[in-house]
Design a protein around this ligand. Structure first.
Ligand code: HPA
Length: 268
């Protein structure tokens, strides 16, 4: 059976235990090899990838995002649910809550951002009006509703370079630009997934109010602590969402680069 669904587990989400019959697999890509665990859930094959490695040894700016996405693509994955621990700039998005992100702002500096480097894949300028898959987001909203878990649908995720947390002035700037959440890994992961014509949704878990909004200094321990307090809710949400995903569904994300049937039959 082909693997159509993947979970990319961020900070605090390292364990593929939610799946049955788990087997490790290595996938080679032009950007390097990746390791995933593949298992099944309710008859669906699902790949689990720990973004920072099983022991959280890879910092956000050194994650091999291209290998991760190219490897999932090679496995046949069409839908990715990515988790992300985030700081909040929006008082309505409180620690412990989920947000299903719909836009991003990019403040990263050093990361390869594209599969289209002008060499063998050519030059492509992909539309990013809606960077996240609206259908997967709807599935997450429905899953949260069915589980009676509070969640916000829509929010702008600002990605900073890290690994340091932001200054209070940076957070003021990001707020003025319309950011609701801040994290360090969402970009270029979402960019590469869209370039690879895969549906991608982020389940952001708010772990803290961002620098200067929080009365306390930020620590990674605090982030981990809030993640672990909410791990069970996150696990249940992911499982419910997987059961709602039709793994043979078609979606406009699958033609994000090629333009889809209308464009490719010459009418576009
Ligand atoms: N900033 C950046 N990344 C984060 C934060 C934050 O406040 N909290 C969790 N990840």
């Amino acid at each position: 059976m082909t693997v159509r669904i993947a979970i990319i587990g961020g900070t605090g989400v390292y364990n593929p235990e939610i799946l049955d019959d788990i087997r490790p697999e290595q996938v080679s890509t032009p950007y390097g090899d990746i390791s995933v665990n593949i298992g099944s859930y309710r008859g669906k094959e699902v790949a689990f990838m720990a973004r920072h490695g099983q022991a959280h040894t890879v910092p956000p700016h050194r994650v091999n995002y291209r290998a991760n996405i190219a490897g999932l693509k090679r496995l046949g994955v069409r839908s990715i649910l990515a988790t992300a621990a985030v700081g909040s700039l929006n008082r309505a998005m409180k620690p412990g809550g989920f947000v299903f992100v719909d836009q991003f702002l990019d403040f990263t500096k050093s990361r390869p951002q594209t599969f289209f480097d002008g060499d063998q894949n050519g030059v492509v300028h992909c539309d990013f009006t809606d960077p996240y898959c609206p259908e997967l987001r709807e599935i997450l909203v429905r899953a949260a509703w069915e589980l009676r878990q509070p969640a916000a649908s829509g929010g702008t995720y600002a990605c900073t370079e890290g690994p340091r947390f932001e200054t209070a002035a940076e957070i003021t700037m990001i707020r003025q630009l319309g950011g609701d959440l801040v994290g360090m890994t969402g970009v270029p992961e979402v960019v590469l997934a869209r370039e690879a014509e895969m549906c991608y949704a982020t389940i952001a878990m708010v772990t803290n109010f961002a620098a200067g909004i929080s009365p306390a200094r930020l620590t990674h321990e605090e982030v981990l602590q809030v993640m672990s307090l909410n791990a069970e809710n996150l696990r249940r949400l992911i499982m419910q969402a997987i059961s709602l995903i039709d793994d043979n569904r078609e979606c406009a994300c699958h033609w994000a680069v090629s333009g889809g049937p209308v464009l490719s039959n010459g009418e576009g």
